[in-house]
Design a protein around this ligand. Structure first.
Ligand code: G1P
Length: 290
């Protein structure tokens, strides 16, 4: 019988070089978008997708992540004294979101290596991988759609999105044949190709549901682009043994992979904010002269 997807892995060990100097002494995953750190959106996506066991792959300098999902008794008692029960409930909610486990990736050896650090925790089970480079909104969670596809197909499923050809060099790109609505059967994958080498404009956006077969593939994968163990290369190896599908995501998705797209995501999400969205809209209009 097919096992269901109960665990997620959130790789959060990267050095955040695209966000320097913000990330010199603070983890990239703690960069805020409006009023929450990025990783909280990612954890919330896993939770609304039905996952309550999350393994975060961390590294040196990432302790703020663990503190964020822990209780904070000092803050709680101060909020209680102030009768600020709304803020208090919000803090308690964060600490209760899920069972979050942590393991350190001791060397910056790539995304594939980070996922391999999860092998013991995941065991012989399918699991989700959520990178912090994208935020999806909770009424349309990407991971939930992938799990649904996995339940139907019993194979690994990666989330993809069409990108402009001049941007394929930022992503893992798939070659695929369309087999259904929003659904493709993957025939090849390549990490960060030039526009000329790219087999398509379908880019992996950082959400995956993987079979445990990926661990064997990862352990056999040679270092690739940048001398790093690439998840994309391991998927290519897995493809020799198992089918892999791609699910084309259409729902709202906010890219936070670099400074400009993070600022855009912040503005878009702030405009939707109930408390100050309309005020911000008026302010931006005035600032830009309608
Ligand atoms: C990673 C993956 C890449 C994927 C991307 C999504 O790259 O290696 O295949 O398309 O995430 O954001 P990174 O952004 O870490 O360079």
């Amino acid at each position: 019988t097919k096992k269901s997807v109960k665990k997620a892995v959130i790789p959060a060990a990267g050095l955040g070089t695209r966000f320097l100097p913000i990330t010199k002494s603070q983890p990239k995953e703690m960069i805020p978008v409006v009023d929450k750190p990025t990783i909280q959106y990612v954890v919330e996506e896993a939770v609304v997708s039905g996952i309550h066991d999350i393994l975060v792959i961390t590294g040196r300098g990432k302790r703020a992540i663990e503190d964020h999902f822990d209780r904070s008794f000092e803050l709680e008692s101060i909020l209680k004294k102030k009768n600020d029960y709304i803020a208090l409930a919000e803090l308690e909610e964060i600490a209760k979101l899920a069972d979050i486990h942590y393991i350190r990736q001791k060397v910056a050896a790539g995304l594939g290596h980070a996922v391999l650090c999860a092998e013991k925790h995941i065991g012989d089970n399918p699991f989700a991988v959520l990178l912090g480079d994208a935020i999806t909104l909770s009424d349309n969670p990407c991971t939930k759609a992938l799990i649904k596809a996995y339940n139907k197909l019993g194979s690994s499923v990666v989330a993809v999105e069409r990108v402009p050809m001049q941007e394929v060099k930022k992503y893992g790109i798939i070659q695929a044949e369309k087999v259904g609505e929003h659904l493709y059967r993957v025939t090849d994958l390549v990490e960060k190709p030039s526009p000329k080498e790219a087999p398509s404009d379908l880019a992996m956006l950082g959400r995956y549901v993987l079979t445990p077969g990926i661990f064997k593939a990862l352990s056999k994968t040679e270092p690739g682009l940048g001398g790093e163990l690439q998840l994309t290369d391991a998927l290519k190896l897995l493809l020799k043994k198992e089918q892999i599908y791609a699910f084309e995501v259409t729902g709202p998705r906010y890219d936070i992979g670099n400074k400009l797209s993070w600022i855009k995501a912040t503005v878009e999400l702030a405009l939707m904010n109930e408390e100050f969205g309309s005020e911000l809209r008026a302010y931006l209009k005035k600032l830009l002269g309608d």
